[in-house]
Design a protein around this ligand. Structure first.
Ligand code: HEM
Length: 177
């Protein structure tokens, strides 16, 4: 596979960083909305709040996550970084795919179901068991995902565990017994 030059690399990295910024920015906003905003006191406010959370998830968090995956894939395919040459890149693959699966099959549901419940029940939703457990799920899962993203930023910037396998990290010489 032909590789891109320095200019192509810069363009890929630019889009990768925009996507990473969107993902972590959306996740921080969503976490703050769930942790720090005082809970609304009227039916309309509660519904609006739940719709706003869903909006940030659908239009900032999800495009950022997909953008990271696509640009990360292109960087591996089209540059010298490769898919399996470095442990930090492999760990990023694992964490990104795990976060996306967790987000798709668990976290998004905890956000998407809330407007339906608050539209039906108004502020009584705050005592609805499904509503409360969704909120708790968003609180705990959202924090876990944010921590994984901070780890990915650290891996990207510090690039620890560079290289793997024969010829990249020299193996220690065997001691003669
Ligand atoms: C499929 C998953 C991903 C892969 C394969 C991947 C791969 C890479 C590679 C190879 C680089 C090095 C580019 C260079 O310095 O020339 C890079 C840079 C970077 N990535 Fe990712 N990435 C992925 C997901 C993410 C995610 C989810 C985030 C953040 C949430 C992220 C944040 C960054 C940052 C901040 C840099 C710039 C580091 C620097 O320039 O020092 N990446 N990525």
């Amino acid at each position: 596979m032909a590789k891109v030059g320095p200019k192509g690399m810069k363009i890929l990295k630019l889009f990768h960083l925009i996507a990473a910024g969107l993902w972590i920015g959306g996740a921080v906003a969503l976490n703050l909305m769930i942790y720090a905003l005082p809970l609304p006191q009227s039916d309309g406010e509660l519904y609006g709040y739940n719709i706003a959370c869903k909006f940030v998830d659908d239009y900032v968090v999800i495009p950022g996550a997909i953008g990271c995956l696509v640009t990360g894939f292109l960087i591996c395919l089209l540059t010298q970084w490769g898919f399996f040459k470095h442990r930090w890149v492999i760990i990023k693959w694992f964490l990104t795919v795990a976060c996306i699966l967790f987000g798709t099959f668990y976290l998004s549901k905890t956000v998407n179901n809330q407007p339906h419940i608050s539209a039906d029940e108004g502020t009584m939703a705050l005592a609805n068991l499904d509503y409360v457990s969704n909120r708790l799920g968003s609180l705990r899962g959202g924090l876990l995902q944010l921590i994984s993203m901070v780890v990915m930023f650290w891996l990207s910037v510090c690039k620890p565990l560079k290289g793997r396998g024969k010829g990249v990290i020299p193996k220690p010489e065997k001691l003669d017994s």
